[in-house]
Design a binder for this molecule. Structure first.
Ligand code: GLN
Length: 188
């Protein structure tokens, strides 16, 4: 299994560490040719406007859209925003997932927080401890996209559309490998 991590901005190093722990081969993706031969790609958290601007500058927009037609992509936080069709703002988006997101949905008072989520799709192992940092909410899912996890108040924080995955939170900042394992099954 060979998994790329978009390494132009954000916390890509933490994703790479978790993937290595699970025995995957990893590639730092900065240029279109780095996508060759990958089974899947992770787009990390960071700042979605910066990731989008740099992806435009590096000629990555179309190659990433093409990649997502046939292979697995997982966006965490800013990466989830970048995967979406609509972020209610004018910024470069891949538009691969049929989801509408609201950026910084928890406001300044609640910059970051943690919550235990029930995520049946992850199987055994109990509640999933999720870390949110200036996180978006997935306001709505449409078409083939399905909610995967929600906060107790019902707001959606993870969604899946075939081999595409979006999470508002940061599994790479925990010691729980279940989400990365789940992504590897989507990439297989
Ligand atoms: N608030 C950031 C954005 O809008 C995302 C934060 C994160 O990735 N932790 O892009």
């Amino acid at each position: 299994m060979k998994i790329g991590v978009l390494a132009i901005q954000g916390d890509f190093a933490e994703h790479i560490a978790m993937l290595k722990r699970l025995g995957a081969e990893t590639v730092e993706v900065r240029l279109p040719r780095h996508l060759d031969g990958l089974d899947g790609l992770i787009i990390p958290g960071g700042e979605s406007t910066t990731i989008g601007k740099l992806a435009v500058d590096f000629g990555l927009m179309e190659p990433l859209r093409e990649f997502g037609q046939t292979r697995a992509i997982w966006g965490t936080c800013a990466g989830a925003i970048f995967l979406s069709k609509d972020a209610r703002r004018n910024q470069p988006l891949l538009g691969l997932m049929d989801i509408t997101v609201q950026r910084n949905a928890f406001g300044r008072q609640v910059d970051s927080f943690e919550a235990d989520l029930d995520i049946p799709e992850l199987g055994e192992g109990g509640p999933y401890h999720a870390v949110f940092i200036r996180a978006p909410i997935i306001e709505s899912v449409a078409g083939e996209a399905r909610p995967l996890a929600a906060l107790p108040d019902g707001r959606i924080v993870a969604a899946r559309q075939g081999r595409l995955l979006a999470t508002s939170f940061h599994p790479e900042l925990t010691q729980d490998p279940r989400f990365h394992q789940y992504f590897l099954t989507l990439a297989r």
